[in-house]
Design a protein around this ligand. Structure first.
Ligand SMILES: [Zn+2]
Length: 143
């Protein structure tokens, strides 16, 4: 900015108390006005709103289509004989039954009461077997 006439500035509404601005052409060398107009609103509007924090939600694949074995027989495809089967369920004493037994012993229900979980199917793990090839297809652990 030497002697060239400064470009016509639009009025800066945020900078209110600026004195009368000389019209371009007959302006003296703009020494005093150089600074406030030279860098219009540095940093005020420069940074756009930070939209970069979009949380990346990675959709977890649901355990890669593993058949969820529960207590009831499930209709599935046997991985051994590739047959469409309905699994045959059998109950086995699992960790859950042992924990119930332990808890019952700690509470004071020993002498037989602690054996209840071994008789209750609801405390046992469920083993799913294929009725076709007798192979174990899956298990349902309560723990
Ligand atoms: Zn099978």
């Amino acid at each position: 900015m030497t002697d060239a006439p400064p470009p016509p500035y639009p009025g800066n509404p945020t900078k209110g108390p600026e004195p009368g601005y000389p019209p371009p052409g007959q302006a003296p060398p703009m020494q005093g006005y150089g600074q406030p107009y030279g860098q219009p609103q540095q940093g005020g509007y420069g940074q756009p709103a930070q939209y970069g924090q979009t949380t990346v939600v990675v959709a977890q694949p649901a355990l890669t289509m593993v058949q969820q074995f529960r207590e009831t027989p499930v209709h599935t495809k046997c991985p051994h004989c590739q047959a469409e089967i309905v699994t045959a369920t059998s109950y086995e004493t699992g960790t859950f039954a042992w924990i119930i037994c332990l808890v019952l012993c700690l509470v004071g229900c020993d002498l037989g009461c602690c054996l209840i979980p071994f008789c209750v199917d609801g405390c046992k793990d469920v083993t799913h077997t294929c009725p076709n090839c007798r192979q174990v297809v899956g298990k349902y652990n309560r723990m």
